[in-house]
Ligand binder design. Structure first.
Ligand code: BDP
Length: 680
């Protein structure tokens, strides 16, 4: 089925001229070197070529006059010149060599993983019908760690999953769906993902057991599937494992029995999975155990685990999503946005070199719009990793179209000024700004066992785009989008144009009819779907908008508010602190203002709210119209499925519009200048 194949469609090439050209290189395939990863590359090429060209390449033991050659540094010999000094471990070169009768495409990696990435690159070019005649490509990933986090529970449910159940677990056991897991590995390896944590960061009892011998055998099986695609397996661990499964009475990181227990545990894990990646840890957050219980800090906690993993080159991914979820909403001094920085910044320099702090993109929680976390760049001596959320918890839950690549681009390009101008987030997390030992980008995955992986078929683009950005954050949103559409829906110009427009506008559309100007959180508590104006307003989670009859917004200034703005470097701190320079789209994230406050756009806050909510609905309806134009250009199954989702979105956007507009009309008593129907 097309929806299952996602962007690895390998649709038959109808244009005979192109097919004939490609065939010159695809009749012979020589793979120099053998490893599971090389085998995966070969398998993928054979699948891609036979499906696109209808020919089965001959497997040759040495290069022929024409054909494809896959090789690594150690096996390429003097067949061609490759500057291996320039290639990173995951890098590759693709070269078309034409001389006399010879006509060969070489895909050469420093290691076998590079060959796999190069193979997917070539297939991507073919799926987009590119000319292969003069390829001379050298690619290195910008980020060293390019990861996904599965929030899968062993009972088969997925925390914040919107595409069915887990492909990994069912009824507290591992599934036997190895083919499905392998297909997932193919999908994510094709965009360069090289690490995966296979269980939820909220580690319940069942998942705590993943590091016990019976289940480790199963983890090792899964790790084997991923390994063949160059992907390293990690586990989320329960910080209090020593108590839960270790028969100890404490999880104090400075207790020698606790330390010993983890050391032995690490040794045991590595006896099953020699290339195990390490631990992902959510500690002292949202009722998870952590070092605070013992009066220790997070460096103590992370370092204890890091020491256990160190002999095996394992790493600790320590999450900075630490805040008090039981605070008093009236107490503005405990601003949740401040929490990560307040906890971690003072610990700079205290973490071991195999600890990476995993930091959510914003200080709150994956809202449609919020500031960038001020922790990026603020810890010069500490490895940092950026965490995005591909699963659309707050962005429509894969029932609404919300393509997040443009949002991620903005965040990656955000200048922290940590070392003066040009200190973008992407340079912090790729390690180049502070020369970190470990670094990278990770995200919460959006897949489940739905036939199309992601619920909304167009949500596949988020997974694709995330991977591509981890490989190269400098790719433009437009080019990522185009290549995704070409591979997913084929080479139809009108499909490309229209789908690209839909995707690229969708974040802005979603933002328009949901919570305004960066204030966030106007969702139903718990499941976080749909509008709820005061759902979080008077509860303890620290997620308020402070709307009253006079105004709205959270004052996070130093002068009169929570002081959060001071956590940024000066340029940004000044920009956000002042009403004059704070960007419109984040106004209510940083300031409390009257409804009559004039935005830079020239309209008042209240009028902006009305306008955008009407526009958002209109534009959501346009999405349906645009899609309808593509009837007969897209297979029936995907066409219908996407149409249903877009219609649901258009309907639901009205509920958002009416509830939000009515709420602010009743709060402010100010009428819409255009006299549109506001209240329900
Ligand atoms: C929030 C989710 C919650 C996660 C938490 C986290 O609502 O389910 O456990 O983040 O990241 O977005 O730990």
């Amino acid at each position: 089925k097309e929806s299952y194949a996602a962007w690895l469609q390998y649709t038959k090439i109808d244009d005979q001229a192109i097919a004939d050209k490609y065939a010159q290189w695809c009749r012979n395939l020589t793979v120099l070197g053998d490893s599971a990863v090389m085998e995966s590359a070969k398998k993928e090429l054979i699948q891609g070529i036979s499906s696109m060209l209808g020919i089965l390449p001959d497997s040759c033991s040495e290069p022929q006059q024409s054909g494809l050659v896959l090789a690594v540094k150690d096996s390429i010999g003097d067949l061609i010149d490759v500057d291996f000094n320039y290639l990173h471990d995951d890098g590759y070169s693709i070269k078309t060599v034409t001389s006399g009768q010879n006509n060969t495409i070489f895909i050469v990696g420093k290691k076998d993983k590079g060959v796999l990435y190069g193979t997917f690159h070539l297939l991507r070019l073919m799926q987009n019908r590119k000319n292969l005649k003069q390829l001379d490509i050298i690619e290195n990933p910008k980020n060293q760690l390019r990861m996904l986090n599965q929030w899968d529970n062993m009972d088969g449910s997925i925390e914040r999953g919107y595409a069915g159940n887990s492909i990994f677990y069912k009824d507290n056991q591992f599934t036997q769906e190895h083919n499905r897991i392998e297909d997932y590995a193919r999908l994510i390896a094709s965009v360069g993902i090289n690490g995966i944590a296979i269980n939820n960061v909220n580690v319940h009892q069942e998942e705590t057991n993943l590091i016990t011998s019976t289940l480790l055998l199963k983890v090792a099986e899964v790790a084997g599937i991923f390994r063949a695609y160059g992907i390293t397996t990690f586990l989320s661990v329960n910080y209090a494992s020593t108590i839960q499964i270790g028969n100890l009475t404490t999880a104090d990181p400075l207790n020698s029995e606790v330390q010993e227990w983890w050391k032995e545990k690490a040794e045991e894990i590595y006896s099953y999975i020699p290339d195990f990646g390490g631990f992902l840890v959510k500690a002292d957050s949202e009722h998870r155990p952590g070092p605070f219980t013992y009066g220790r800090n997070h460096a103590d906690g992370a370092n204890m685990l890091a020491e256990a993993l160190q002999p095996f080159n394992g790493i600790v991914l320590w999450r900075c999503f630490v805040y008090n979820c039981l605070q008093d909403w009236r107490d503005r001094s405990t601003d949740r946005a401040r929490a990560a920085y307040d906890h971690f910044k003072p610990l700079d320099g205290q973490f071991h070199s195999n600890v990476i702090l995993q930091i959510k993109n914003g200080p709150m929680d994956f809202q449609v719009r919020e500031g960038v976390s001020p922790l990026f760049g603020a810890m010069e001596k500490t490895n940092q990793m950026l965490e995005f959320q591909v699963t659309q918890e707050y962005t429509g839950q894969q029932r609404h179209l919300c393509y997040l690549v443009p949002q991620w681009k903005e965040i990656l390009d955000f200048d922290t000024y940590a070392k003066g101008k040009g200190s973008e987030v992407k340079k912090v997390v790729d390690g180049s700004l502070f020369q970190n030992r470990y670094c990278g980008i990770t995200a919460v995955s959006n897949i489940g066992n739905d036939y199309n992986w992601t619920g909304h078929t167009l949500a596949q683009a988020n997974l694709y785009g995330f991977g591509r950005l981890t490989w190269n954050p400098d790719l433009s949103a437009e080019s990522i989008t185009d290549e995704w559409i070409g591979q997913t829906f084929g080479d139809d110009q009108s499909v490309k144009e229209l789908v690209s427009k839909m995707l690229l506008k969708s974040w802005s559309i979603y933002e328009k009819y949901t919570s305004p100007l960066g204030v966030g959180w106007m969702v139903n508590p718990h499941h976080h779907y749909g509008p709820n104006v005061d759902g979080y307003e008077y509860d303890v989670w620290g997620t308020y908008h402070f709307a009253d009859w006079e105004g709205i917004g959270v004052d996070r200034t130093v002068k009169t508010g929570t002081g959060y703005t001071s956590q940024y470097f000066k340029e940004n701190a000044d920009m956000y602190e002042s009403l004059e320079t704070c960007p419109d789209e984040l106004l209510l994230f940083f300031h409390h203002v009257p409804y009559t406050h004039k935005l830079k756009s020239g309209v008042t806050v209240i009028q902006h709210i009305y306008n955008t909510h009407f526009e958002g609905v209109d534009e959501a309806e346009d999405l349906v119209e645009t899609w309808l134009q593509l009837k007969d250009r897209i297979d029936q199954e995907r066409f219908d499925d996407i149409l249903n989702k877009l219609q649901e979105q258009a309907n639901h956007s009205k509920e958002w519009r009416d509830i939000i507009n009515t709420y602010f009309y009743r709060k402010s008593g100010i009428k819409d200048e255009l006299n549109r129907k506001i209240y329900l």
